[in-house]
Design a protein around this ligand. Structure first.
Ligand code: PSV
Ligand code: MN
Ligand code: MN
Length: 388
């Protein structure tokens, strides 16, 4: 029997990192829709992230993307974040936006471009030293578009070489998390297309290298919770990039398209010990809000992850094990579905009240007037955002 107070006490430890780029303007390759009031600087993105934390209580850190969040003094930026009530989290490297990277970054056939990409990754580790960040997130857009375009094996060798150089550089308390993606921008081969490729590289590198599961980066029908269970069992699940998708890498609000899928993932996280703070699994959002208001959408996403987690924690694992061990197929399924069908919103409202938060985070944000204030104040200047 799982008690509501046991669920609440575990939920008190939850932390979900929000991505700086989700606060800025974004769009698709067809159009970027500018919204009034979006941040013009990394500091303003941090201010927005602090609002999300203030009303949810579970989003205490913000991930940076370099060079989108380039500043002269990262230690000062870390202090700024602290004063705003959040901290700087994962550093996301970006070796996909320069013209030089047309044929790849660390796997490019041209050694000059490989050196340039590696230098960027190493610079990201320097930045981590200044911000105090634990994790370096590596995502490579590298791949090929046509059969025969480049040597698939040679590209793996180049990738391994770059990863080893970064691994060598990271400190004892730092980690690298290697993200994979099935396709896009490359459409024939991606050099890190799936969890298996990421896992194999991470195993070779050592214990400071783990896999990042971005929920939008799989083929249709992929059982993501199986991947989660497997990686946790191997001690190789490092991080999540949560978002929701219908078709490809849609980057919609986590839990929007398939809340049941998010629940199934969170159940395996809980089951495999990934929800224990010592597990080191980082829970991050990686989203873009193209047509909806950004800060409320990020609040909604954080709450969706929290709701899925509450339901996962509600699963009566003793009852489940009994049903599983006795081969009671329908009974076992019912235990899981009972938890999923529970309306956890009253429990979460109660938890927030106990924590001195408004039970209704979205309402609290709307009533704060912050949204109107940033529209009035943030006029002029370049709007920082995806690709800025
Ligand atoms: C790539 O699609 C990705 O998921 C990676 O995490 C990038 O860092 C992020 O999106 C932003 O482009
Ligand atoms: Mn991602
Ligand atoms: Mn993505």
């Amino acid at each position: 029997m799982v008690t509501p107070s046991a669920v609440k006490s575990r939920l008190r430890t939850q932390q979900i990192e929000t991505p700086s780029w989700a606060y800025g303007n974004s769009g698709t390759r067809f159009k970027v829709f500018a919204q009034p009031g979006v941040p013009r600087t990394p500091e303003e993105k941090i201010d927005d992230a602090a609002q999300v934390h203030a009303v949810t209580g579970i989003a205490p850190s913000v991930a940076l993307h370099i060079p989108w969040d380039r500043v002269d003094d990262y230690a000062a930026l870390a202090k700024y974040a602290e004063a705003a009530g959040v901290r700087l989290g994962t550093i996301n490297s970006n070796v996909f936006q320069d013209d030089d990277y047309k044929l790849g970054s660390v796997t490019n056939p041209d050694p000059r471009i490989r050196r340039k990409a590696l230098a960027h990754l190493l610079e990201c580790v320097d930045i981590m030293d200044e911000t105090g960040s634990r994790d370096l997130k590596l995502w490579f857009s590298d791949g090929t578009n046509y059969p025969g375009q480049d040597d698939i094996r040679a590209r793996q060798d180049r990738l391994a070489e770059a990863l080893a150089a970064v691994y060598e550089r990271i400190g004892a308390h730092q980690r690298m998390v290697l993200e994979y993606k099935l396709f896009e921008p490359a459409f024939y081969t991606m050099d890190v297309p799936d969890w298996g490729t990421s896992y194999a590289h991470c195993v070779r590198l050592g214990e400071k290298a783990t896999v990042c599961v971005d929920t939008g980066h799989h083929a249709h029908g992929t059982n993501i919770e199986f991947i989660v269970a497997f990686l946790l069992r191997e001690g190789k699940l490092g991080a999540f990039d949560f978002n929701s998708r219908f078709y490809a890498d849609d980057d919609l609000m986590a839990g929007a398209a398939d809340p049941f899928g998010l629940f199934r993932i969170m159940y395996e996280v809980v089951r495999g010990g990934g929800f224990e703070p010592e597990s080191g699994v980082a829970f991050m959002l990686d989203q873009c809000h193209n047509i909806e208001a950004k800060i409320p959408a990020i609040i909604r996403s954080v709450l969706n992850v929290q709701e899925a987690t509450a339901k996962a924690l509600l699963v009566d694992r003793d009852e489940l094990a009994k049903a599983q061990d006795s081969g009671d197929v329908l009974g076992a399924n019912e235990v899981l579905m009972d938890a999923y069908h529970t309306d956890v919103r009253p429990l979460l409202a109660e938890l927030r009240a106990e924590q001195g938060l408004d039970p209704d985070p979205l309402g609290a944000y709307r009533r704060s007037g912050y949204g109107e204030r940033i529209v009035a104040e943030r006029v002029g200047g370049e709007q920082a955002g995806w690709g800025a």
